[in-house]
Write a protein that binds this ligand. Structure first.
Ligand code: HAM
Length: 421
């Protein structure tokens, strides 16, 4: 019997896996330039951290968590998202007692038991940033810009920024009540009615056409903001506009996690079918208190690595060609003594910074040269018993076919020179 990767998961294989690495690199580079430090939290946490932080009534907590009891009787959950764990770590280590804001970025796997489809997986990867300890519209604008610059560095042109505000603990209750009043008057099924009582904002996100049709006249959060939230949001928008970031106001944008206050946003892309969000985030000023900490405002985002690669592929950013092979030089040994010598030569080349591989498994000249061609290398170093006796090797330019004998002692310098010109 052979095994398959579990439903809703897939393997990143070379050469396509290079694309995932490129996304992680490009999306984290702007954050590093802005003073964000790298944080790594465990892949699993106490279940209660997510239940309280993300919210009992969210789909993530009520339906999608991978939760189990460990052998010590603890309820453990595989991380469905990275924000609650980062806030937990900040509080645990007292990072908020130092210089503020605490700026962190992360990259890692997440687990959600979702209905699997293209762009929606049960195991997926995010890069994220979180900035804690400051309530400042410039910080909201900064984090948004970090993502905008990351997407731009990847060459993506089809990413749109949807922007909203969800108000604060002063103005949200009145909006919530107004929305609830409106929802009670609609023709909704029992489950949706129940959701309207628990978490009415989530109903706005219901994708079913029969629900959407009834929501046309729903009260909008933007009409219920307090003066402070209105001013805050205007400042975020003004800073983004000044920085040349175009955005679409979307007063119906609701995020799938309960911790958001004020600024919320999503990055969407048209090339992904129904899973259009390539990233999302916002401000979460109450999250620390929700998980038992002091008041500690925060703002951040996470981008989906898998979906960002799909968006880049939809834009044709990788072209028809697969990325080139990872090695520059390929060794072809003919005979046992030659193999031992070439093995050492390859080690020398790698230590000198040249990417090198060789034919393993005692293949003949023809098979080994085929391996050289497939490797994508620019040069093959062919070493036979006679070359060895003469203290030299054949260096073959795999593009032109030109082949010259080079003394063994000069191979590294010769190849380094040729590869850099
Ligand atoms: P989220 O919107 O749940 O936010 O996820 C962020 C991104 O992760 C999504 O936009 C999407 O690209 C990707 N993603 C989510 N679920 C899946 C899935 N099942 N398969 C593939 N990709 C997926 C958060 O996770 C928040 N922690 C973001 C945040 C950080 N807010 C403040 N700070």
């Amino acid at each position: 019997m052979t095994f398959q990767a579990p439903k809703g998961t897939f393997d990143w294989l070379p050469p396509r896996s290079e694309r995932a690495l490129a996304v992680r690199e490009a999306m984290s580079a702007p954050a590093r330039l802005a003073g964000y430090g790298y944080i790594e939290t465990p892949t699993f946490e106490d279940t209660a951290l997510f239940a309280r932080g993300v919210g009992e009534s969210t789909d993530i907590v009520s339906k999608e968590m991978y939760t189990f009891e460990d052998k010590g009787g603890r309820s453990i959950t595989l991380r469905p998202e990275g924000t609650a764990p980062v806030v937990r770590a900040v509080l645990q280590h007292g990072l908020h007692n130092g210089r503020l804001p605490v700026k962190l970025w992360y990259s890692g796997n997440n687990f959600r038991y979702e209905r699997a489809q293209k762009g929606r997986y049960r195991h997926f990867s995010q890069v994220g940033v979180e900035a804690l300890g400051a309530e400042d519209p410039a910080l909201d604008a900064e984090v948004i810009l970090l993502a905008v610059d990351g997407y731009a560095a990847l060459g993506l042109t089809g990413v749109r920024l949807l922007l909203n505000t969800l108000g604060c603990k002063e103005c949200r209750p009145a909006y919530r009540a107004a929305l609830q009043g409106f929802l009670r008057g609609l023709d909704l099924d029992d489950a949706t009615r129940q959701r309207a009582e628990l978490n009415p904002l989530r109903v706005l996100d219901d994708k079913r056409p029969e629900v959407q049709a009834q929501l046309a006249g729903a009260p909008l959060v933007t009409d219920h903001l307090c003066g402070a939230c209105k001013a805050y949001h205007e400042e975020v928008r003004a800073l983004l506009t000044a920085a040349g970031v175009s955005h679409t106001d979307d007063p119906r944008l609701v995020r799938g996690l309960d911790y958001y206050t004020r600024t919320t946003f999503e990055f969407v892309h048209g090339g992904l079918g129904s899973q259009s969000a390539v990233g999302g985030g916002g401000r979460y000023d109450g999250l620390s208190e929700m998980i038992g900490g002091p008041a500690l405002p925060g703002v951040g985002w996470a981008i989906g690595v898998d979906r960002t690669v799909l968006a880049m592929e939809a834009e044709g950013l990788f072209g028809e060609e697969e990325p080139p092979g990872p090695v520059q030089v390929y060794g072809v040994p003919l005979g046992e003594d030659a193999r031992r010598r070439l093995f050492l030569l390859l080690t020398e080349l790698r230590r000198a910074g040249v990417a090198a591989d060789m034919a393993f498994g005692g293949r003949g000249l023809k098979g080994a040269l085929k391996g050289a061609d497939r490797s994508g290398a620019s040069y093959a170093v062919i070493l036979g018993e006679r070359d060895l006796a003469e203290g030299s090797a054949q260096v073959k330019d795999l593009a032109s076919g030109e082949q010259i004998a080079v003394p063994l002692a000069e191979i590294v310098t010769t190849l380094k020179e040729r590869l850099t010109t």
